[in-house]
Design a protein around this ligand. Structure first.
Ligand SMILES: *[C@@H]1O[C@H](CO)[C@@H](O)[C@H](O)[C@H]1NC(C)=O
Length: 420
């Protein structure tokens, strides 16, 4: 007993030690999984030339310059212009925090306060010790972000960035230690392995259930994260594209993080504003199929039409029942307790067949956004709905519908063991 005490005493104030064994054991604060959908921005000096992408400096001054970028600068800026010269034009004179926040909110995304790590443009070791590391501590202390999303770290090891020391401080004693979440970009080789939620790569979309919480980070402009003044409408994902990504992502235990690139004046371009509002209009109607859901025992039924599933348990269950049926990653299919949401993303059919859903005499189907409730399915191995039963006029859009399915037949499957 005495020995144990001695061993544990030094840990009282330091729950996490600066090594991955310890840091990776920290449970992800639940607000993150519940939120499902967030918005972020790439906004920096590259938003001034607003050409090619946020890597503009690299294409201009890097080891293999891009002739288009070099010509663009020659044509539009005085001879001898440096990247730092763009700073005087980064004026954000139309930035209106309230309007900015409202545009983001209109998308239905949950709020996130987050900051991006520094790109390593200075290879000197002093850069991390004297600049990036103290800046990370300062930013967290001053602005108290709930997400710290590090990036641009890959060509230096985690030791260079002092990443593990930073995370131990963040989790043990920072002002956001209880609610903060972090990504997985903390030095060469950490992506997809260590940290909080895993991003693997940009625009990650595995299409299968992953046990560990992950994130699909993507950008509305198909070619850039930063603002581009020559972006064309055809180069912007549609609201449908994003809704499909949202369904595929949350069905598989991911969160969707969608980027927009504001311009140097501090505005979110109108086409992005329009997309966010269109996405939000749909998400608000389908919100119960989004926020606070978990993956189901099946993720998709894509053989007949493009269907993805999310789920939740009925509310008001006793703690005893909850304890017995809770799984950290997915909800089981139990007739009395489970609500399944089927996102039908291919609606050009006369009937929709959901092969993974068993029906019983008690099964009901509500079409979210309408008053239609369908019953009388009887016992069957799959759920079939004729398209004529849907009140299309009431729906905000015709290319996606979400069904709320209650009292579907119990079914036993562990989606983390794909063989059954
Ligand atoms: C689900 O989607 C995956 C691809 O992501 C596919 O391989 C699999 O067959 C689909 N499952 C069903 C039941 O449609």
């Amino acid at each position: 007993m005495f020995l144990l005490f001695l061993l544990f005493l030094p840990l009282v104030n330091a729950k996490y030690t600066p090594d991955w064994d310890s840091l990776d054991k920290r449970p992800l604060p639940s607000w993150y999984d519940d939120s499902k959908f967030g918005i972020f921005c790439h906004w920096g000096l590259y938003s001034v030339p607003a050409y090619r992408s946020e890597w503009m400096w690299w294409y201009w001054k890097g080891t293999q310059p891009d002739a288009n970028v070099v010509n663009f600068v020659e044509k539009n800026y005085k001879p001898g212009t440096t990247y730092a010269d763009f700073a005087k034009d980064f004026t954000a004179e139309y930035f209106d925090a309230k309007q900015f926040a409202e545009t983001v909110k209109s998308s239905g995304a949950r709020q996130e306060k987050k900051f991006y790590g520094n790109k390593n443009e200075n290879s000197d070791i002093l850069f991390s010790q004297q600049i990036s590391y103290p800046q990370m501590i300062e930013i967290v202390t001053k602005y108290r972000p709930e997400v710290v999303w590090s990036d641009g770290e890959w060509d230096k090891p985690e030791e260079y960035w002092k990443a593990k020391e930073f995370l131990a401080w963040l989790y043990n004693s920072s002002p956001v230690k209880d609610q903060v979440v972090v990504n997985d970009r903390w030095g060469t080789g950490t992506m997809g392995k260590h940290g909080g939620f895993l991003t693997y790569s940009d625009h990650y979309d595995p299409g299968t259930l992953l046990e560990r919480k992950w994130e699909n980070c993507m950008t509305l402009d198909k070619h850039s994260w930063g603002n581009r003044r020559d972006m064309k409408a055809s180069e912007v994902y549609t609201a449908y594209d994003i809704i499909e990504q949202l369904a595929r992502t949350i069905a598989c235990n991911g969160n969707l993080l969608l980027n927009v690139g504001p311009n140097m004046h501090g505005q979110i371009p109108a086409i992005f504003e329009d997309r966010l509002a269109e996405i939000g209009k749909f998400v608000n109607i389908a919100s119960e199929a989004v926020y606070g859901t978990k993956p189901w025992i099946y993720q998709n039924d894509t053989s007949a039409s493009n269907v993805w599933y999310t789920s939740r348990y009925q509310s008001g269950l006793s703690n005893h029942v909850k304890r017995n049926i809770q799984h950290p990653v997915f909800n089981m299919q139990l007739e009395k307790y489970t609500i399944v949401y089927a996102w039908i993303l291919d609606t050009a059919h006369d009937t929709f067949e959901l092969k993974s859903v068993k029906t019983t005499d008690r099964t009901t189907v509500t079409i979210l956004g309408t008053d239609v409730v369908l019953t009388g399915f009887g016992t069957a191995e799959s759920l079939t709905i004729p398209s004529s039963k849907i009140d299309w006029k009431k729906l905000p859009r015709r290319d996606v519908i979400v069904l709320k399915i209650e009292n579907a037949g119990s079914r036993n499957r562990n989606p983390l063991k794909s063989s059954n």
